[in-house]
Design a protein around this ligand. Structure first.
Ligand SMILES: CC(C)(COP(=O)(O)OP(=O)(O)OC[C@H]1O[C@@H](n2cnc3c(N)ncnc32)[C@H](O)[C@@H]1OP(=O)(O)O)[C@@H](O)C(=O)NCCC(=O)NCCS
Length: 435
């Protein structure tokens, strides 16, 4: 990897340093300034933090006196060593815990932190950075593209579902979620979404927790941090021939109305290894006593429930932006995924922050086979910014749709249709948890 220009420095008067567990209190204080929360820093301090400290950077005033002694800004990233991209996985930095103290905002601290982050990604050989955006208008300017949507539904209790052969052959366990009892099966099944692995059709963007700190945080369920009225974490596991084939986490809330109980099932992850297991899981989630709706948190837009529901409109479907992707190293990222149709195209890329990515790249691949991507002097067939490349990279955003908005330009007739088809993927991208 060649070197890009030095990242933009911090504004004058600030310096950055790697944080350590000794900085927990300062970090949490900054975080609760960035994300207002009724809990005190001490209450947060009692929780396990999912952070990788060696990837957690704080910004402070160089003089550090009085009110300025506190942290001014922070960012961190999760090391996703096997982030799913179409047909493969790539090392990816999951940008997280981004916050700037209100006193120090709009002075360029985030901008400098992003440049530092991208430079570190390149040093570590991470070809991608991914994130969830607190506000959707923040990250496009840094080359992140909205790479996936997720589906929000409110499914009425007892909604009719289409049959799937084999669904009734599952045994069902409905239990308190418990790390000792369920930790291994949750970690194992969460890693295996998509169609059966022999087909090679994975679920792009479906990052799984990889560090002990992340799992500690996942299983920690203190009562004071539960949203109003929600019970402790529960789990439904469906098994076939004694083997777990799927699970869903959930919490119920009860709401007594004059007309009768109108509770809500708040489902967390709904993970199934095949269609029969998915049908068995949804059958349980949609038929719990005293409940009137089931509201899963984040689902892929093509989750099996969308096809199983006899009346999908009754679930009031909405979509929201899910994971955003920044291509940090164009040739590694483009050669590192598979394509769903043959592709032979020269892409002309602009990238204001990482100029090594800019220029013409010759991408070649057969359908579902390994790809190559090399720099070329040839004239581009398509021109686009790295932000649009990120939006299309996981197979969710369509290059043709982006061209319809003027964000991808076709220079060679026919290149747009062929390349757009190749960049798609049979399963829609999505990440099932906010990181
Ligand atoms: C969002 C946040 C990190 C921005 O930090 P900051 O140091 O003020 O950002 P910068 O000064 O580097 O701003 C860079 C550019 O982004 C823009 N920008 C910053 N925050 C924005 C927002 N929330 N929406 C739209 N644009 C934003 C700035 O206006 C600036 O634009 P310009 O280059 O055209 O002048 C900070 O406001 C914050 O901590 N917010 C609350 C927590 C949060 O949302 N964190 C992000 C988690 S994903």
């Amino acid at each position: 990897m060649t070197a890009d220009p030095a990242p933009r420095p911090l504004p004058s008067g600030y310096r950055s340093r790697q944080l350590t567990p000794d900085d927990r209190h300062a970090l949490l204080d900054l975080d609760t300034w960035a994300f207002p929360d009724p809990h005190s820093v001490d209450e947060f301090d009692a929780l396990g933090l999912p952070l990788s400290w060696e990837r957690t950077i704080g910004v402070e005033r160089e003089d550090r006196t009085g009110a300025d002694a506190a942290l001014a800004a922070v960012h961190s990233s999760y090391p996703f060593s096997h982030f799913p991209v179409p047909g493969a996985t790539l090392p990816t930095a999951g940008l997280t815990w981004v916050g700037v103290h209100p006193q120090h905002r709009r002075r360029g601290l985030l901008t400098a932190m992003i440049d530092q982050h991208l430079a570190r990604c390149r040093e570590r050989g991470e070809a991608l950075s991914a994130l969830f955006a607190a506000e959707a208008a923040i990250y496009g300017r840094f080359g992140y593209g909205k790479a996936a949507d997720d589906l929000r539904v409110a499914v009425p209790r007892g909604a009719a579902l289409r049959d799937v052969p084999g669904a009734a052959e599952h045994t069902v366990r409905v239990e308190h979620a418990d790390r000792a009892r369920h930790g291994e099966l949750v970690a194992r099944l969460h890693r295996s979404p998509g169609l059966p692995t022999a087909t090679g059709i994975n679920r792009p963007g479906w990052a799984t927790r990889e560090t002990d700190a992340q799992w500690d945080s996942y299983w920690s369920d203190p009562k004071s941090f539960r949203s109003a009225g929600r019970e402790s974490l529960r789990i439904v596991v469906v098994e076939r021939d004694g083997e777990p084939r799927g699970y869903a986490t959930f919490r119920r809330t009860l709401d007594w109305q004059v007309t009768g109980p109108r509770g809500t099932v708040h489902a967390g992850e709904v993970v199934a290894l095949d269609a029969a297991a998915a049908r068995a899981l949804w059958g349980v989630l949609l038929d719990l006593d005293l409940m009137s709706t089931t509201e899963p948190f984040l689902l892929p837009v093509d989750d099996p429930i969308t096809a199983l529901l006899v009346d999908p409109r009754s679930a009031a479907p909405r979509v929201a932006d899910n994971v955003w992707v920044r291509v940090v190293d164009v040739p590694t990222a483009l050669a590192g995924r598979r394509y769903q149709a043959d592709v032979d195209v020269v892409l002309g890329i602009t990238d204001a922050r990482l100029p090594d990515n800019a220029g013409a790249w010759h991408l070649r691949a057969g359908a579902f086979e390994e790809a190559s991507c090399e720099r070329t002097d040839a004239a581009p067939d398509l021109e686009l910014d790295v932000r649009e490349l990120g939006a299309a990279y996981l197979g969710g955003g369509s290059l043709a749709a982006l061209a319809g908005a003027g964000l991808v330009v076709e220079r060679s007739l026919g290149a747009l249709a062929r390349t757009s088809a190749a960049f798609g993927w049979p399963l829609a991208p999505a990440c099932g948890w906010v990181f």
